[in-house]
Design a protein around this ligand. Structure first.
Ligand SMILES: O=C(O)c1cc(=O)[nH]c(=O)n1[C@@H]1O[C@H](COP(=O)(O)O)[C@@H](O)[C@H]1O
Length: 275
């Protein structure tokens, strides 16, 4: 983020985008799409975020393309956040951790999005695997979709909102890690949509206290821009990684056009989050 600006480019090969790019809706079209995005932005943005569902929908050949994206990230020194939003009972979570967070696994990028809605503690195998292999997690907290509020804004008997509980759990893990390493940010990030307005403030979620990276999807196609980013994150702005998928991808298929769109989005995110 310091080197390239606070932008993550999402790689979401929707069927409609494949068609717009003149590509077939199959593993071959998917491969061309994903590797074109990598060619355009690798080494130029803070991170890329392939969304697993768009690869899974092409079956095993699609997953092989996701592996290629992960490998391309590694070869070009580009951080890859695998957006698979995994979450399950602890023993099964261990298998997901093995797939996405273990050295040598072909699907292991640099970080994984995870869902804490089976209980934050169910993520423990992923937390351990990430710590053991130097990877990171982005834990869903306040998602960008309007339906998320019914669960995430709910309060427990003590009046603590679900999203706040998640933030406190992440803060505790990051606090331990930072005490041991002296790093500025720990490895347990949160997902907080750029579309969530004043929800964090209203729920009493102290995003700055999390001391982890804050992944902010919702920029571009879902309507959030620089003003929304600045408003949602306030004093936590320096930890935010703004994420845009369709907002950048619609500029394709030319590499130069994609690159320009990513540069513009990165400059906009920088102005909103760094000035
Ligand atoms: O974890 C995510 O990345 C995520 C969380 C969230 O709250 N909202 C959200 O949109 N996302 C993902 O971010 C991407 C948004 O895509 P665009 O709306 O095209 O920029 C999709 O891949 C979503 O799955």
């Amino acid at each position: 983020m310091d080197a390239h600006g606070p932008l993550c480019v999402g790689i979401d090969p929707h069927a409609a985008l494949l068609a717009d790019w003149g590509l077939t809706d199959d593993a071959q079209g998917l491969r061309r799409f994903a590797l074109t995005v990598m060619e355009a932005v690798a080494g130029r943005v803070a991170a890329v975020k392939p969304q697993s569902a768009f690869f899974e929908r092409h079956g095993s050949a699609g997953l092989a393309v996701l592996e290629e994206v992960v490998a391309a990230g590694r070869e070009t020194g580009t951080l890859v956040i695998v957006d698979a939003k995994r979450g399950d009972i602890g023993s099964t979570m261990g298998a997901y951790a093995d797939a996405f967070l273990r050295d040598g696994s072909p699907l292991a990028g640099d970080a994984l999005t995870v869902s804490p809605f089976l209980g934050f503690g169910s993520l423990t195998p992923a937390v351990r695997a990430a710590a053991a292999s130097g990877r990171g997690l982005f834990v869903l907290a306040l998602t960008s979709n309007p339906e998320g509020a019914a669960v995430q804004h709910a309060r427990d008997a003590g009046g603590v909102a679900v999203a706040d509980r998640i933030a406190r759990e992440a803060a505790a893990l990051n606090g331990e890690e930072i005490a041991g390493s002296g790093a500025r940010l720990g490895s347990v990030g949160l997902v907080v949509g750029a579309t969530t307005g004043d929800a964090a403030a209203r729920l009493g979620v102290d995003l700055a206290a999390v001391r982890g990276p804050l992944l902010a999807p919702g920029v571009g196609a879902q309507g959030a821009g620089p003003a929304e980013l600045a408003a949602v994150f306030g004093p936590a702005r320096a930890s935010v990684l703004a994420s845009s998928s369709r907002g950048v991808l619609k500029a394709g298929p030319a590499v130069a056009d994609l690159r320009r769109a990513a540069e513009l989005a990165a400059a906009e995110a920088s102005r909103a989050l760094r000035d």
